[in-house]
Design a protein around this ligand. Structure first.
Ligand code: SF4
Ligand code: SF4
Length: 343
């Protein structure tokens, strides 16, 4: 794997139309003037977007609501529900693919999550290049480029696309639908220049290396920043829901009124929501919004780093972009870094 080829724009159209025949296809479309992931049914709907989408594509691998079990209470039968189909997601940016790689680790850890893993196995991932906006800071987290987690990765050029192949499945798709030709030295140099140009475009940067962040966050439990942002936070959960690496869910049961059937399902949850840490008896471990925000930021930069060998922020900027009161994860992190340096 890891080969590099060139395809033309006509090839690209043939590839997308081939995917439309073989898979349920998701990709960016234009929605009210903004790029958004949606089901693609015709090539003309696809708008490869260089700027990030408001919502990530995690819903196609980890749906917001998903049935896990069906109970027949009359007979005492329980049936597992695993709803996975062949699907393809096109237009994931490098940070989004890093996020999928993290979700793969989470859902394989301990007892493997059969629903996620079955869906992931049947999902083709095709990455595309991006341009950072003022919220993106992936270059500071080393997630600006990606080497694995995709079947194909397309870098658009004036002539068409430079294609990197990540899996045998990607190779088969390329051979089946395109007349890819081997990339030449000039194409590889062009790709290097594109990466260098992108690196220079970032307006947002963290003032510390990613490897230092778990320790920096460890020393920031009593930082004044938590009370300050806790006072303005709505506790709305939007930052959790747009985040491509937030994976917390709640499990609930629905029982029919005649008590004959029931389903067990999971729904996305979010650690910034008030009920997230509420337990029996009404006690809430993180009633204050400041405590919930501190928890969320620590989950991204500290708590999960040991268990999963990686930070859980990929620098996509979605949480900052979406927050109505402008709580900005890179600004907060830089403030904590500054406090650490001044101590
Ligand atoms: S940080 Fe912003 S998006 Fe997140 S819960 Fe608070 S107000 Fe909502
Ligand atoms: S924490 Fe914010 S910037 Fe980091 S991955 Fe999640 S949404 Fe993106």
């Amino acid at each position: 794997m890891g080969t590099m080829e060139i395809i033309t724009r006509k090839d690209f159209r043939r590839l997308v139309e081939g995917l439309l025949g073989d898979y349920t296809l998701y990709g960016p479309v234009e929605k009210e003037g903004f790029p958004a992931f949606a089901r693609i049914e015709r090539f003309s709907q696809l708008r490869l977007s260089r700027t990030p989408t408001h919502l990530s594509a995690k819903e196609f691998l980890f749906p917001p609501r998903e049935t896990l079990l069906r109970f027949d209470l009359k007979n005492g039968d329980v049936r597992e529900v695993v709803d996975a189909q062949n699907q393809a997601i096109i237009g994931l940016h490098p940070c989004d693919i890093h996020a999928v790689n993290l979700l793969d680790r989470v859902f394989s850890y301990g007892t493997p999550d059969r629903n996620y893993l079955a869906r992931r196995k049947r999902t083709v991932i095709i990455g595309t290049e991006c341009t950072p906006d003022e919220y993106c800071f992936c270059s500071s987290l080393h997630t600006m480029t990606v080497d694995r987690g995709f079947d194909l990765f397309l870098h658009e050029t004036e002539r068409g696309f430079i294609v990197r192949t990540g899996t045998k499945r990607g190779r088969r798709l390329l051979e089946r639908y395109t007349s890819a030709t081997k990339a030449e030295k000039a194409d590889l140099e062009r790709l290097e220049r594109m990466v260098e140009r992108k690196e220079k475009m970032f307006r947002t940067r963290l003032d510390a290396e990613p490897s230092q962040l778990p320790l920096i966050y460890r020393g920031a439990d009593s930082s004044p920043v938590w009370d300050r942002i806790g006072r303005v936070c709505y506790g709305c959960g939007s930052c959790n829901h747009v985040c491509p690496t937030c994976y917390c869910f709640d499990v609930k049961d629905d029982i029919t009124l005649d008590l004959e059937d029931a389903t067990r399902y999971r729904v996305w949850d979010g650690c910034t929501l008030e009920d997230f840490a509420k337990v029996a008896g009404g006690h809430n471990f993180r009633k204050a919004r400041s405590a919930r925000l501190r928890h969320r930021f620590n989950r991204k930069f500290r708590y999960l780093a040991d268990r999963f060998k990686g930070l859980f922020c990929v620098g996509c900027g979605r949480c900052s972009r979406t927050c109505l009161v402008r709580i900005n994860i890179s600004e907060v992190t830089n403030e904590i870094i500054r406090e650490t340096k001044e101590r």
